[in-house]
Design a protein around this ligand. Structure first.
Ligand code: NAP
Length: 484
């Protein structure tokens, strides 16, 4: 809903170092997922304002590309310090805006500052290379190539709602250290947190125009941004459908897409079931499963399935449920629509014969943690990403069957294998079609300097600090021809 009544805090957008209200006169209400009230408004900016933001970014990038790494680093270190200074304020906003517990929100801010600092250090230690021409025909022995990494220009950074500060900074920090300017379009539900993050950059006195914050619904300004000729690279994290849509619109522009997942937790017959259950529970239910790398299905050997289900049931029933203000693990989902979708998946599974072990209770957009057993391949919940606290258990009779079902998914983000047989785990890991495989641990994005990769419907390209710096630069080759 858009409105032009400015009774609550209306956050401004940020362009060329200045905070502004949009000429549209329109703002978007940001409603808290658990307070059920509007907590602020962000600007619904116009296409002309998008053009201006990109123009200023292009101008600012020219000098920035010439700025030394040490000087770029000074601004980013200051940014990290500013974020820590405002950690409590920012955590409160993240909690209210995206319904994450205060503790997790504080951790998100601390992790972001660490991420920025590590990005600086990595960038300072990245060097080019040189190559000899060797014996290729045409006198190539007399050639030496000097290969440097140069910035791409203006990076469009689009994060999702669930880590509104961390996933934004994970794009902005490497883009800046690599010498680019940034157009940052936060998720609308997450735009206040994103605005606060940019306030920290403003206080760090980042040169004007280098980061411009454009707010507005993705469905309204998204295509315009993505197709804009002034954008040189797009770093997107979000749902697979949005990513597919965006990839069709963006032409001849490098893309890094980190999309949805359906990460399996594979439990072998020989696994330590208590240990596996611990990882599965925190993997599946923390922040109500609103994590791309949440464990979204369990593929368990039938011989140990009853025992595992018993342990999981006990653990799920211990999970705290309710408002994020009280530090609960399972919290209301981001909106009613998301809760409706989860319920549809649960109902479909029950209709087709799944057994509800616990849960399947709802209050508004709060879905109680739900464990479904005897899930089969005919059920939607076996394949679709709920982005909510529901965990389907699929019983399998062999490693091969587990691998087959794992790989039949349209997604390929991560997978976990729980086993005491490490050799077997490696053999299985090699066969699983995902960006990463975790052995005896839950699926997760961090540590942030590990490469983070989605394959198939889970994405394209790689993130992870060094990988992000590489994806936001290109190689430039200068050849020295040595005279005879
Ligand atoms: P989403 O609905 O796809 O939105 C993601 C971002 O795309 C938002 O900023 C959104 O803006 C924007 N957008 C929407 N339409 C657009 C368009 N036409 N052009 C350009 N941008 C557009 O995803 P979400 O609900 O925020 O996040 C949940 C999804 O993200 C899940 O599928 C999850 O698995 C995935 N995710 C993946 C990773 C990963 O690293 N693989 C990490 C976290 C989350 P508006 O908010 O204004 O619509």
């Amino acid at each position: 809903m858009t409105t032009n009544v400015l009774t609550l805090s209306a956050y401004e957008f940020y362009i060329n170092g200045e905070w502004k209200e949009s000429q549209s006169g329109q703002t978007i209400d940001i409603k808290s997922p658990y307070l059920y009230e509007v907590i602020g408004r962000v600007q619904a900016i116009t296409k002309e304002e998008v053009d201006e933001a990109i123009y200023f970014a292009r101008e600012a990038q020219k000098d920035w590309a010439e700025t030394s790494l040490q000087d770029r680093a000074k601004y980013l270190y200051k940014w990290a310090d500013e974020l820590i200074d405002m950690q409590d304020e920012l955590a409160e906003i993240i909690m209210k805006e995206v319904g994450k517990s205060y503790k997790d929100a504080k951790n998100e801010v601390a992790r972001t500052a660490d991420f920025i600092r590590y990005t600086i250090e990595e960038a300072l230690h990245m060097h080019g290379e040189s190559m000899r021409g060797d014996s290729f025909p045409g006198g190539s022995q007399s050639k030496i190539a000097i290969i440097q990494r140069v910035p791409l220009g203006v990076v469009l950074a689009i994060p999702p709602f669930n880590y509104p500060v961390n996933l934004a900074a994970a794009k902005v920090a490497p883009a800046l250290m690599a010498g680019n300017a940034v157009i940052f379009k936060p998720a609308t539900q997450g735009a206040i947190s994103g605005t606060k993050m940019v306030e920290a950059l403003h206080r760090a006195e980042l040169p004007k125009g280098l980061v411009n914050l454009v707010t507005g619904r993705g469905s309204v300004i998204g295509d315009y941004l993505v197709e804009h000729k002034g954008i040189d690279m797009i770093s997107f994290t979000g749902g697979t459908n949005t990513g597919l849509h965006l990839a069709k619109k963006a032409t001849m522009v490098p893309l890094v897409l980190e999309l949805g997942g359906k990460d399996p937790g594979i439990v072998r017959e020989d696994a330590d079931l208590y240990e596996a259950a611990k990882h599965i529970i925190s993997g599946a239910f923390s922040y109500s499963g609103q994590r791309c790398t949440a464990i979204k299905r369990v593929l368990v050997h039938e011989k140990v399935a009853d025992e595992l289900v018993g342990i999981l049931k006990e653990e799920v029933e211990k999970l705290s449920v309710g408002s994020p203000e009280n530090g609960n693990t399972v919290v209301p989902l981001i909106d009613e629509q998301s809760a409706d979708f989860v319920q549809i998946l649960i109902a479909d599974a029950i209709g087709k014969g799944a057994a509800v072990i616990t849960g399947n209770k709802r209050e508004h957009n709060l879905i109680y943690p739900t464990l479904l057993d005897y899930v089969t391949e005919e059920m939607r919940v076996a394949w679709e990403e709920p982005f909510g606290p529901v965990l389907p258990i699929i019983r399998v009779s062999s490693d091969e069957e587990a691998i087959k079902i794992a790989n039949e998914s349209e997604f390929g983000l991560q997978a976990s294998i729980f086993t005491k047989d490490i050799n077997k785990a490696f053999v299985m890991a090699d066969k699983i079609e995902t960006g990463s495989v975790q052995i005896n641990g839950r699926t997760e994005r961090g540590p942030d300097h590990f490469p983070f990769i989605g394959v198939k419907g889970s994405g394209m390209g790689a993130q992870g600090i060094r990988k992000s710096l590489e994806s936001m630069t290109r190689e430039k080759v200068t050849v020295l021809n040595i005279g005879e």
